[in-house]
Design a protein around this ligand. Structure first.
Ligand code: SF4
Ligand code: SF4
Length: 309
């Protein structure tokens, strides 16, 4: 145990890396600024589709200070989940890479709790509040401010170490440490993601219209796909098309987090097995998986759509 009681940026960073986080950066608590204006405009244009929960708690998104008394630092964390090139038994059906292992919410939540405990070994009075893709926090904006990466033209955070194959997490903390410099955008003149999007969902650089995005449609949208053109090929849960082409993603190493490696029972599913998927099989396959979110009826709907039924 470190008895100095003085927390430093490097100390927290080392603790985070030891727990399997890929990067850790620090930003002062202020308004997300430009990103908040962007988000409000995106909502006003209806680009969130049926994700009405995003319209709530804008006050908290704007002011993280409302989430934790005396919060001073946004500790931003990333975890590389890149599982490598995945072999599929069923050629016709694909799930986004992030969904092939265990549910990242659970895996990262545990790591965040361990990180807070490790920090408290140095300073027992530290208060922290953690979120992984679950709280009213502008994660990508804060991650950019904390130097983890920049928001790419496909709307995802692009890191230098693993491109966009990362999960983001945040710990609000009531302590000041040395802050990192914000990351600068490095997309340059590249527009590969815009060109590669099968449905034209990236309506302009950085603007993803969820109503056209396969990720939203296959996961968040409820009910029938009335009036849509079946342009999304084999994606039945999420879509990696705008990530597969990103030059920054070519550098990613395979994740060191075992829980994120593809589960064989998923990648071994034949096309025929997907087409015969029952609610019982769904529950067995996706018991500890983020795919649970779409529920059996959602995934079966997506399979039928891809099949052209
Ligand atoms: S996830 Fe797929 S549909 Fe959505 S913006 Fe990226 S390429 Fe387009
Ligand atoms: S594909 Fe190009 S434009 Fe799109 S996010 Fe990657 S670097 Fe940026």
């Amino acid at each position: 145990m470190d008895s100095s009681g003085v927390l430093t940026r490097e100390m927290i960073r080392q603790k985070a890396l030891a727990l399997g986080f890929s990067d850790c950066g620090f930003a002062p608590v202020e308004s997300p600024g430009e990103e908040m204006n962007f988000f409000r405009e995106w909502l006003a244009l209806g680009m969130n589709g049926e994700m009405h929960y995003m319209e709530k708690y804008t006050d908290l998104r704007e002011s993280p200070a409302l989430l934790l008394p005396d919060v001073r630092t946004m500790v931003m964390l990333s975890v590389n989940y890149y599982p490598g090139e995945t072999g599929w038994a069923g050629e016709d059906y694909r799930l986004s890479r992030y969904a092939l292992g265990e549910d990242y919410h659970e895996v990262i939540r545990k790591k965040l709790a361990q990180l807070l405990s490790a920090i408290r070994e140095t300073d027992a009075q530290v208060e922290g509040r953690c979120f992984v893709d679950s709280g009213p926090v502008m994660e990508k904006a804060w991650a950019q401010k904390a130097g983890l990466g920049w928001i790419g033209k496909n709307g995802l955070l692009i890191t230098r170490h693993s491109g966009s194959w990362v999960f983001l997490a945040v710990m609000l903390m009531n302590r000041v440490v040395e802050y990192d410099r914000p990351a600068l955008p490095r997309c340059g003149t590249c527009d590969r993601c815009i060109k590669a999007c099968p449905t034209g969902a990236i309506v302009s650089p950085g603007w993803v219209d969820a109503r056209k995005c396969i990720s939203y449609l296959t996961i968040e949208k409820r009910g029938a796909f009335d009036g849509l053109v079946p342009e999304w090929k084999s994606w039945i849960f999420g879509c990696d098309a705008c990530q597969d082409v990103c030059p920054w993603n070519k550098k990613a190493k395979i994740t060191s987090v075992q829980e994120f490696l593809p589960r064989k029972e998923i990648t071994d599913m034949s096309s025929e097995a997907w087409e015969k998927l029952t609610p019982e099989k769904f529950r067995e396959l996706f018991r500890k998986s983020a795919v649970k979110r779409t529920k059996p009826e959602g995934l079966i709907r997506n399979i039928k759509w891809v099949k052209g039924e």
